[in-house]
Design a protein around this ligand. Structure first.
Ligand code: MN
Length: 250
């Protein structure tokens, strides 16, 4: 798994294997890099969000089980919205409960990490533009989202987009489990076969509307079981084949 981390003042990419991180030299996104023998311990570094997106594109209502839960018809095309890059934080970063809201919800999601600039690409070629996958939590001030009727404000607070812990190249896009836990208690559990619009279709469709840049992130939607979380609780997203992303709400 590729991770981005800091030690002291230095930010680097590396490959995490068990408790060891091997530093990477070069650019993960161009493919022009090499894995060095310089090894650090997981506990001596701080993991960061694994990339710095120019934008975070989100897909609403993209799980069959979630559409059923909220009693909405299946969308005919992907329903898109954006979160600003300022909402992005990394693993174990705190998420701040905004004073404007009385209901903050978790949303466990599979995130696609774009590897290279993508415009008007086909579904068949989509995979060439994907660097890999990570876990995401589409934290949402639900009262504001529905009160406004327009989703931007409720989805955009600083810290409302935890991603991580790292980027894996391959995920089982049919069978991988997507789960969310609050203080260890399971709240969401589904599999990627519940996705209405699949990963290649999403990348192609979004690239017809806006140019995707290296490091951009696509949040693929959340399964059934959404719900509120209280201050002091820790939300943990687990995507099978990637790992765990834990963030405390404060
Ligand atoms: Mn979402």
């Amino acid at each position: 798994m590729f991770v981005r981390f800091t030690k002291g003042d230095v930010t680097s990419y590396g490959v995490l294997n068990g408790d060891n991180i091997k530093k990477i030299q070069g650019d993960l996104f161009t493919g022009d890099y090499k894995i060095t023998e310089e090894t650090l311990q997981r506990k001596e570094v701080r993991l960061l969000a694994p990339c710095k997106p120019s934008k975070v594109i989100c897909v609403g209502l993209n799980y069959k089980d979630h559409a059923k839960e909220v009693e909405l018809p299946l969308p005919k095309a992907p329903l898109l919205f954006l979160k600003p890059p300022t909402s992005v934080v990394g693993p174990n970063n705190e998420v701040y409960y905004p004073e404007q809201s009385g209901q903050v919800d978790y949303e466990a999601e599979l995130a696609i990490v774009i590897g290279k600039e993508a415009k008007n690409i086909s579904e068949e070629n989509a995979n060439d533009y994907i660097l890999g996958y990570t876990c995401a939590n589409d934290v949402t001030a639900r009262d504001i989202q529905f009160g406004d009727g327009q989703w931007t404000r409720g989805k955009s607070f600083d810290t409302f987009c935890p991603i991580g812990p790292g980027i894996v190249k391959e995920v089982d896009l049919e069978n991988a489990k997507v789960e969310l836990y609050v203080d260890g208690e399971n709240k969401q559990r589904s599999t990627l076969d519940q996705l209405i619009f699949k990963v290649p279709h999403l990348v192609s469709y979004i690239s017809q509307h806006m140019t995707l840049m290296p490091g951009d992130i696509i949040l693929t939607g959340t399964p059934h079981g959404i719900g509120p979380v209280e201050k002091g609780s820790t939300m943990t997203v687990k995507v099978e084949g990637i790992g765990e992303l834990a963030n405390k709400l404060v």
